[in-house]
Write a protein that binds this ligand. Structure first.
Ligand code: KG4
Ligand code: ZN
Length: 336
């Protein structure tokens, strides 16, 4: 068998990334150019700034990915690209570059859903067994996804309002932490206690939907009231209380999903899967099925995860055409 090399491109938000995957499993390179420094002072990603940065660095990311992998463009068998969900201008930069590359080298184009990428990053950790349940937690999404077989993703529950990562970043901003705040809140939480008792929305209800806006508002109100009265809040306890509420909600809903659907494993992925508190709770609370979490370096946005998902799409013959467009609100279908 000859070796198969896939290139993947990711530019849906604020990282420009290009990766090379050998034989469906081995990541030879995964170049990530982060723009986070440019967005920090705005406390979030500025779409126009993101697009401009992608344009500036994407060509050198292609070159670096090939060089680090030690292969030439002629050896590639396909080029995968994130076509949604994400910021339209940012997505379009990656799509245009991937299309040009595919056309120039006459190789197939493989469109990949960004959330499928997060999920399939778990392949780097362990061989996946189907059907599986996935808890996807990122800056833009919070969803429970039932994967019946490779490439078949179905939403069984999702957030009605804010995503978990978004809630972390918003409360982080209120506390004066730098964007993105998830990691710092996680670290501070480990030094504090759950003393503020924030609400855990809908945990008694049987459905698999999430809500984090009430928690966010409760946090902001507490902070605001304390400020007005000149009361001191304990930062570590605030973080511990917020994180405890988030983790309780995530764990209860995940356990309900596992009770409802018979699956062989649980995958937990997305930027928030880097959370140490979440990893500890998963180890403690999920005992019925193996839990697979991508390695930390593949939790945040990167093209390696897009390549790992693309290998599955390639085997299924899911190729894109030159009229491929960005789909900013691309979503998995719901389970009937
Ligand atoms: O998946 P991701 O890199 O980008 C999106 O697709 O949205 O997720 C980014 C999100 C940010 O909101 C960030 O604060 C959060 O992941 N995050 C964390 C941690 N590390 C990153 N949230 C909680 N705990 C962490 N350790
Ligand atoms: Zn992401």
């Amino acid at each position: 068998m000859t070796d198969r090399y896939l290139m993947a491109v990711e530019s849906s938000c604020d990282e420009t990334s290009v990766a090379i995957l050998k034989n469906d499993k081995e990541l030879l390179s995964n170049i990530i150019a982060s723009q986070v420094e440019s967005h920090k002072r705005f406390g979030g990603v500025v779409p126009e700034v993101a697009s401009r940065h992608h344009v500036e660095v994407i060509t050198s990311c292609f070159e670096d990915a090939l060089q680090e992998a030690g292969i030439t463009a002629e050896e590639l068998d396909g080029v995968a690209v994130t076509y949604g969900p994400g910021l339209v201008g940012a997505l379009l930069v990656g799509i245009a570059a991937a299309k040009a590359f595919a056309w120039a080298h006459q190789i197939p184009l493989i469109p990949v859903n960004h959330m499928a990428g997060h999920l399939m990053a778990a392949r780097e950790e362990k061989e996946l067994e189907y059907p599986l349940m996935a808890l996807l937690v990122s800056g833009g999404h919070t969803e429970l996804v039932y994967v019946s077989e490779p490439g078949s993703y179905h939403i069984v529950g999702e957030t009605r309002d804010d995503a978990v990562g978004e809630a972390y970043d918003k409360v982080g901003r209120v506390m004066g932490l730098t964007y993105p705040a998830g990691r710092e809140i996680d670290q501070l939480a480990h030094k504090g206690q759950d003393t503020y008792n924030f609400p855990r929305a809908m945990i008694k209800e049987d459905h698999l939907e999430f809500s984090f806006s009430g928690l966010k508002s409760a946090f902001i109100n507490l902070h605001h009231n304390a400020e007005q009265k000149g009361e001191e809040l304990v930062l570590e306890d605030l973080c511990a209380s917020f994180q405890a509420a988030v983790l309780d909600i995530l764990m209860v809903k995940t356990q309900k999903a596992l009770a409802k659907y018979s699956v062989k494993m649980l995958v937990v992925a997305g930027g928030v899967a880097a959370n140490q508190g979440l990893r500890e709770r998963l180890a403690q609370d999920i005992t019925d099925v193996p839990v697979v979490i991508p390695p930390l370096r593949l939790c945040g946005d990167n093209a390696g995860m897009i390549a790992l998902a693309a290998a599955v799409e390639y085997d299924l013959g899911h190729f894109g055409q030159m009229d491929l467009n960005a789909k900013p609100s691309l979503a998995f279908s719901y389970l009937d």
